[in-house]
Design a protein around this ligand. Structure first.
Ligand SMILES: Nc1nc2c(ncn2[C@@H]2O[C@H](COP(=O)(O)OP(=O)(O)O)[C@@H](O)[C@H]2O)c(=O)[nH]1
Ligand SMILES: [Mg+2]
Length: 480
């Protein structure tokens, strides 16, 4: 039986708000055609015949304001619209859908209001996709991909979400599920036989298979960190002593002169931030106040802030002036950066290099020599904000770091819910493997395998999902 609210016909503006040539108001539900009939007229002003709502056929119509009078009053035409009916079950939600394409700007609000007063109810966030899921059009992982897709900020993020929507994640999970089913069947069969009747290697083989499976699932779970950065963007903090060239590099990476650059130290006292795309990741670049030990007052507060920002960043670039000796400030920062995800970057590479700085850090000083690591920190290389030298390699290193865990056939976990469920599956797989290896109770092993399967099923929505649905679909925008 259908949940009662599926009897409602829902309506929402499906396109982004604001100025725009065209906007789409979408109706879905058993009454979608009735609602549409009440608010639409043919171009000559007559009511719509049944043939008008032929599926997947766009028709021109007038959208009328039905609130202006009764049947005999000529309704005020609000807009000339294009109507696209998609009849159940051949629609996104699996229900009758009518799309009304009207002008953008303020018009979609009038059209929506007209639909609501003609019997539709305002859709909740994600309700169209929720209906698609409830009507069996999508599994839960694919339904969630819709939300990731419509909120994606870069082409790369859109590609990853689209991959999930196309079913790449669902297929992988179904495959693993099959393997688990097989393993579970084996353990249960074994329960019915005495040890002599079973092939000796059975438990050993099974344990090995489970270890391999666990590693694969764990590998996918580990892509969540990159997935989160792809979805929500990542923060990159530029740290360094005054005058090292932070604001100059900030501007160079941004491609425009946003931050103030000055020859005297202490110019940047607050931090500033701008978003820039790097290799498909929306990177929030943050230029900070230079850190110097002798600072006081406002500047000191700014420095404190810089260190706090660095502590919460996805990546920190610690800049060292390649043309000058290191000073006490650099040493404080090198010390403070030990525990951060941090790259060392030599700045001002267009100037003659001061070898004492590299010597002090135990780095090779010969021309062209490069070191990958110093004091435990990776060295990203040399850049010149002035000439642009080294900027592209630096960008490459930044994105390689931010997306480093994505080498899994293009599959990336884009939802924390999925990562948590995958981790849970791994935990149960490890238990199951441990039980097999220590020759303990096969019954217990079967239970662990069942729990691992349940974790994967939760991602696909193949379980009792009532309480899951609210959590999942409330994160959507209205109209999807
Ligand atoms: N030659 C050269 N000078 C630079 C470079 N980057 C910054 N500077 C100069 O170093 C000084 C301090 O730069 P700024 O970006 O304000 O440093 P901040 O205090 O770390 O933000 C300014 O006079 C800049 O012109 C560079 O790549 N090459
Ligand atoms: Mg500055």
């Amino acid at each position: 039986m259908q949940p009662p609210y599926l009897a409602d016909t829902i309506a929402a503006v499906a396109t982004a708000s604001g100025p725009g040539a065209v906007a789409i108001v979408r109706l879905s539900g058993v009454g979608a055609l009735d609602v549409a009939r009440r608010v639409l007229r043919t171009r000559t002003g007559s009511a719509m015949g049944a043939s008008f709502f032929e599926s997947h056929r766009a028709r021109v119509a007038q959208f009328v304001d039905t609130r202006t009078g009764g049947e005999n009053v000529r309704h005020a035409v609000l807009d000339e619209v294009l109507v696209l009916p998609m009849r159940a079950p051949r629609s996104y939600t699996g229900e009758d859908i009518v799309e009304i394409h009207c002008h953008g700007g303020g018009m979609p609000r009038l059209v929506l209001a007209g639909c609501l007063s003609a019997g539709a109810r305002m859709a909740r966030a994600g309700e169209f996709t929720e209906r698609a899921f409830l009507n069996g059009r999508l599994d839960l992982a694919r339904a969630e991909a819709v939300s990731a897709l419509v909120s994606s900020r870069t082409a790369e993020a859109a590609r990853a979400a689209s991959n999930q929507l196309a079913g790449a994640l669902s297929e992988q999970l179904s495959l693993w599920r099959e393997q688990l089913l097989e393993a579970r069947a084996l353990t249960e069969v074994s329960l019915d036989f005495s040890d002599e009747d079973l092939p000796a290697a059975l438990e050993k083989d099974l344990a090995r298979d489970l270890r391999i499976l666990g590693a694969s699932v764990s590998g996918l779970a580990a892509t969540w960190e990159a997935g989160r950065r792809l979805r929500d963007g990542a923060s990159l903090v530029l740290l360094g002593r005054p005058n090292v060239g932070k604001s100059s590099l900030f501007n160079a990476l941004l491609g425009r002169p946003r931050a103030l650059v000055a020859a005297e130290p202490g110019t940047t006292r607050d931090w500033i931030e701008e978003e820039v795309e790097m290799g498909g990741v929306a990177v929030l670049l943050r230029d900070t106040a230079g850190v110097r030990t002798a600072a006081e007052g406002v500047e000191e507060a700014g420095i404190q802030r810089s260190l706090e920002l660095a502590a919460s960043a996805d990546l920190v670039l610690l800049l060292l002036d390649g043309s000058n000796p290191l000073d006490a400030n650099d040493r404080v920062l090198l010390e403070a950066s030990q525990k951060l995800p941090c790259f060392l970057v030599w700045t001002k590479a267009d100037l003659p290099a001061d070898v004492s700085a590299r010597e002090a850090l135990g780095l090779p000083v010969a021309a062209g020599a490069s070191a990958r690591q110093t004091l435990g920190l990776p060295v990203a290389g040399e850049v010149s904000a002035l000439s642009g030298l080294g900027l592209d390699p630096l960008r490459g290193q930044i994105t390689a770091h931010l997306l480093r865990s994505t080498e899994r056939d293009g599959l990336i976990v884009l939802h924390e819910r999925h990562a948590i469920a995958l981790e849970r599956a791994v935990k149960h797989l490890n238990f199951a493997q441990g039980i097999l290896e220590s020759g303990r109770d096969l019954e217990l092993c079967a239970i662990e395998l069942g729990s691992a399967m349940a974790a994967l099923d939760e991602i696909l929505g193949r379980c009792d999902v009532e309480d899951l649905l609210d959590r999942v679909f409330s994160r959507f925008c209205i109209g999807k």
